[in-house]
Design a protein around this ligand. Structure first.
Ligand code: NI
Ligand code: MN
Length: 236
């Protein structure tokens, strides 16, 4: 399975099916710097998976959804996208495993918020924020979504045994580095990859500091720093 970092919290998982998580491309400075466009992804993506309704996670969902590409999200997010033109949405919630287009996934808790705030002040409630574990080609990827650290991450590790954990380290909106290191300690993935940092100045972080701290606490986990536009191959 090939994992490509589009930048910020946006990932392309390529395997038996191609899954795009949290499509934020047009206004994503890291995607722009890497030269990645929505157009370059439209013919490639079989399935879009969304963790929560914030702009930096759903900006381009309708570009895929209006073409009939299935879009999976927490019920309120899925309904919002359906009402706005996505033709094949799957609304779900945090709970248990399900399958869409042959791809198994389970939504997990995240400690965060989920809404869209319009310029006119209207706020659209978009359900609870989530993380998601996606299984592709026998590899389990846990995208934590935007989240703070919480103790039940240990349960997610115990129950779903993710091979790869994609987790934020940028602080301000999410975990910072000390919290993310503890999250790795709780989940015990084989590989941890930092995200949601250095997109804008308020979420600057040094991934080498994260990698060093994980090396000291968690010998079973390898940190891979993937730069926007880069890919890594993960085998089960
Ligand atoms: Ni968010
Ligand atoms: Mn975010």
């Amino acid at each position: 399975m090939r994992l490509t970092f589009i930048g910020h919290a946006t990932w392309l998982l390529e395997g038996y099916k191609n899954v795009l998580i949290d499509p934020f491309i047009t206004s994503n400075p890291q995607a722009q710097a890497a030269g990645i466009t929505v157009e370059s992804l439209l013919d490639k993506v079989d399935l879009v998976v969304i963790t929560h309704g914030h702009f930096d996670h759903i900006e381009n969902a309708l570009d895929f959804g209006k073409r009939g590409i299935p879009v999976v999200g927490v019920f309120e997010v899925a309904e919002y996208l359906r009402i706005n033109g996505a033709t094949n949405t799957v609304g779900c919630n945090i709970g248990g495993w399900f399958e869409v287009g042959g791809v198994k996934m389970v939504y997990t808790p995240a400690v965060h918020s989920s809404s869209l705030i319009k310029e006119n002040g209207e706020t659209i409630y978009l359900g609870n924020p989530a993380g998601v574990v996606v299984e592709l080609d026998g590899v389990r990827v846990y995208h934590t979504g935007d989240t703070a650290l919480f103790g039940d991450m240990a349960l997610i590790g115990e129950l779903y045994k993710p091979d790869v954990m994609l987790l934020p380290i940028g602080s301000l909106f999410t975990m910072g580095i000390p919290e993310a290191v503890k999250a790795v300690e709780l989940v015990k993935p084989k590989v941890a990859i930092p995200m949601h940092y250095n997109t804008w100045p308020p979420i600057e972080a040094n991934p080498e500091v994260f990698a060093q701290a994980v090396a000291e606490c968690c010998s079973e986990t390898q940190v891979i720093i993937v730069n926007p536009g880069e890919s890594v191959e993960i085998t089960a």
